[in-house]
Design a protein around this ligand. Structure first.
Ligand code: ARG
Length: 459
């Protein structure tokens, strides 16, 4: 297939070099965006009288035809084309003749590819945000169900203080809400048109960049043509936002794996989201969660990839930048799959309140509340802390818990102890008394539900 840039060279490109150079294998994913961008460009060239009305009409009809034929499957993308841009231009010229050769006036593949990738990413970020919202909804649903399921809260993976499972899950809702924000920010910054930057220095034609930007639904155009074609910050920024999102999914996955182990048994995953072993008949493995945790690695890899590709590049366009796509595409695909599997996995997971409660009852996790009890009776906190520490040591030595140590034994440590201590350290009281905003008690849960509901509204 003749190159669109055939002209200067006396020889054809070597076959291996040609394969090495070509990007059609992956940039074919930009076909719709390439056509959309080309239509906006062609319409502008017509409106400015740079191309005749007749040619413009032919070009627009030709591009529309290609779009429809690609969507219906009637037209296949030629795997031997160099890239999606040359494929579209060659196909257009094949269909409408010489008018097709006027499409690329006042444009370069450098501003074209920068535009295509922005348009594609804008759409994908929209989808990822919707899928993230669906996961937040699943988390809120499960949290409503587990509003009063008492479970140990941990620090250092040691039982720390009693919480309700809803509060723990909602922490992930909060992380995901920030992911929504990061993705929206990235999208806002990338939704600026580089079209009209030309190869790097702009163009001699009286183009209307505002017109193409508006036609494409973008918030303005880039003000420096060199930056317009050289900038891939938006790829790095999106990969960074996706990496952070995956880090959150991976942490949640890790906890789900832990919680569904026999040692914890806090949750049980639905059979639709677990697998068995080929040899051990009893096994129920949390493969989906493990895969999400594992796939986080490749998303981080893409972020490192793009940062490394860009770090030494002289301005303006360099072919290295063609390496921006595969990692980005893979990250987008991976994140979408992970979100799609995680939301229903959470929705269908069952919560084992009894196992949670049993774990909460045996770890001295109400020790802070016992200290707070003494503080309420007038003891300074640090003294109370020490007294309770000694009581815990005594319980441990005697094989007792704070609930089973007799009142007389308590009173030997401090006369401030009374019968009411047992109510003060009941797990329900501990949770209910956490009244500070953002804590684990009911009003705080309600505030979290309301916040997350408004964050996902319309998504
Ligand atoms: N396939 C190229 C890319 O992805 C398109 C831009 C080509 N520009 C050029 N000057 N060779 O970056």
């Amino acid at each position: 297939m003749e190159k669109i840039w055939a002209g200067r060279a006396a020889k054809h490109l070597d076959q291996i070099a040609d394969d090495f150079n070509a990007s059609i294998r992956f940039d074919r994913r930009l076909a719709v965006e390439d056509l959309t961008g080309s239509m906006a460009h062609a319409a502008m060239l017509g409106a400015k009288g740079i191309n005749s009305a007749e040619d413009t009409e032919a070009i627009l009809a030709g591009l529309e035809g290609i779009l429809q034929d690609l969507q219906s499957g009637y037209l296949e993308i030629d795997p031997n084309a160099e890239d999606i841009h040359s494929f579209v231009e060659t196909e257009l010229t094949r269909r409408i003749g010489d008018a097709g050769k006027r499409l690329h006036t006042a444009r370069s593949r450098n501003d074209q590819v920068a535009l295509d990738l922005r348009l594609w990413l804008r759409k994908e970020i929209g989808e990822i945000r919707s899928l993230t919202a669906a996961l937040i909804r699943a988390i809120c649903g499960k949290s409503q169900e587990a509003r009063d399921a008492i479970v140990p809260g941990y620090t250092h993976l040691q039982r720390a203080q009693p919480i309700v499972f809803a509060h723990h899950l909602l922490a992930y809702g909060m992380m995901l809400e920030r992911d929504l924000g990061r993705l929206a920010d990235a999208c806002r910054r990338l939704n600026i048109s580089p079209l009209g930057s030309g190869a790097l220095a702009g163009t001699t034609y009286p183009i209307d960049r505002d017109m193409t930007a508006k036609a494409l639904g973008m918030n303005g155009y880039t003000l420096n043509s060199i930056d317009g074609v050289s900038d891939r910050d938006f790829v790095a920024e999106t990969c960074a936002a996706l990496s952070i999102l995956m880090m959150h999914l991976s942490r949640l996955s890790e906890e789900i794996i832990l919680w569904s182990s026999w040692e914890f048994r806090y949750v049980e995953l639905d059979d639709a989201y677990t697998t068995g072993s080929s040899i051990m008949p009893q096994k129920k493995n949390a493969d989906m969660a493990e895969l999400i945790r594992g796939k986080t690695g490749r998303v981080y890899g893409s972020l490192m990839g793009i940062l490394t590709v860009l770090k030494g590049l002289p301005l303006a366009y360099d072919k290295d930048m063609q390496e921006d796509k595969e990692g980005l595409f893979d990250s987008v695909d991976t994140v979408k799959m992970c979100l799609q599997v995680m939301a229903p996995m959470i929705s269908t997971m069952s919560v084992n309140r009894e196992a949670m409660r049993n774990a909460a009852a045996k770890g001295f996790i109400n020790a802070t509340d016992l200290a707070d009890y003494l503080v309420r009776k007038g003891m300074p906190f640090r003294t109370a802390y020490k007294t309770v520490g000694q009581i815990v040591a005594e319980c441990t030595a005697k094989g007792l818990t704070l609930e089973t140590l007799p009142l007389e034994a308590y009173q030997a440590h401090s006369p401030l102890f009374g019968e009411d201590l047992f109510d003060a350290i009941s797990l329900e009281t501990c949770v209910r008394q956490r009244i500070s905003p953002g804590s684990v008690s009911g009003p705080s849960l309600d505030a979290q539900f309301a916040f997350l509901a408004s964050a996902v509204e319309g998504l």
